[in-house]
Design a protein around this ligand. Structure first.
Ligand code: ASP
Length: 343
């Protein structure tokens, strides 16, 4: 008889498991058992389900690297006994967490699927049931005794995306996420359609999972806008202890050509700050040197973020700094795709 696949649900919080506090009208997290009780359909799935929950489920706006390390530890402790993992998470910071976990879990050979919902599970029109049930089905997909998905994914509204390619694009629509620089890995319709070509290619060598739990938070984001002044730029570039800055530039990686601006950047790079050029556009790529307005950034040796999302750039910078990558190698390693997060 075919062995049932074991799937572990990791409940961190988010709207999916929230109830309305009738006194205040605000949504607050409730516990895992109640969440599961609301989905009797789970009993019909052809896999064996277990659950672990954060002691105090959180709204994902409270997410931080300590919680990421906790999720990573839960996966590490239960890795051998399970064939796949589904992480229930608030949608607000889900793309950051999915990105972070993709870096933290090196040589991952099993699915880790993040999902959540826009409406609480108890709501009549909830999107939670479909999202959760299909995430479990995808996590349980096997081919020749091996998981079909062997990376960190994010499932929402009929699509599984690579987690570190996603961005939350809508605060109301059920279709809350987009992955503009990488196509969906799996689409759910009458059948589950797996796009094998787009999945992370696995090496044939069976390497053991390595879990990196140290994320260095000496990272900041600076988003350019017309009129940004010298005081703001100077203050951010000179934050004491700052190690990496995600510079959100325009279009294909372009920035103003004012001398004061370029000098501020030059000085910061000279002092050892890693400045990563990431586009503000949700789709497309940085192409330094394509326009005059990015030539100087290229000369200055800014790190080329290519088509990475800001969420993945933050996570990758924290991960590389956390693993103690030497300053000299930071640019080269950042510009290399480690988990399919960039071209
Ligand atoms: N504020 C909620 C959270 O991110 C929103 C959601 O779950 O969709 O936890």
């Amino acid at each position: 008889m075919k062995k049932k696949t074991n799937i572990l649900l990791i409940y961190t919080g988010g709207t999916i498991g929230m109830v309305k506090d009738y006194k205040t009208g605000a949504l607050r997290a409730f516990n895992f058992e109640e969440l599961i009780k609301n989905i009797p359909e789970l009993d019909q799935l052809d896999c064996s389900l277990k659950g672990v929950s954060f002691k105090e489920p959180i709204d994902s706006s409270n997410m931080n690297p300590k919680y990421w390390a906790l999720i990573a530890s839960i996966i590490e402790d239960n890795y051998e006994d399970n064939d796949g993992f589904v992480v229930l998470h608030g949608s607000d910071t889900m793309s950051y967490s999915a990105s972070a976990l993709s870096f933290m879990l090196e040589h991952l050979a099993k699915p880790v699927i993040f999902t959540g919902s826009q409406l609480p599970i108890g709501d009549l029109r909830t999107d939670a049931k479909e999202n959760l049930i299909t995430s479990i089905e995808i996590a349980a997909l096997q081919e020749k005794g091996k998981p079909v998905v062997q990376e960190v994914g994010l499932y929402f509204e009929y699509k599984l995306y690579r987690g570190n390619r996603t961005t939350k694009i809508n605060a109301e629509h059920f279709e809350a996420f987009a992955s503009l620089n990488h196509p969906p890995l799996v689409e759910s319709g009458v059948h589950l359609k797996v796009h094998s070509n787009y999945l992370v290619k696995k090496s044939m060598k069976n390497k053991s999972l390595i879990v990196h739990k140290s994320m260095d938070d000496r990272v900041a984001i600076l988003k350019l806008f017309p009129g940004i002044n010298k005081e703001v730029v100077h203050a951010v570039l000179n934050i004491p202890g700052l190690k990496a800055l995600i510079l959100e530039t325009y279009g294909a990686g372009n920035a103003p050509m004012d001398e004061w601006f370029l000098n501020e950047l030059k000085l910061a790079v000279k002092k050892g700050l890693h400045i990563i050029n990431v586009t503000q556009c949700s789709g497309g790529s940085v192409f330094m040197g394509h326009y005059e307005t990015s030539e100087k950034l290229k000369e200055m040796q800014l790190v080329n973020g290519k088509d990475i999302t800001t969420e993945a750039a933050v996570a990758k910078a924290m991960y590389l700094l956390g693993t103690g990558v030497p300053d000299k190698l930071f640019k080269t390693i950042f510009e290399t795709s480690l988990r399919g997060e960039m071209v």
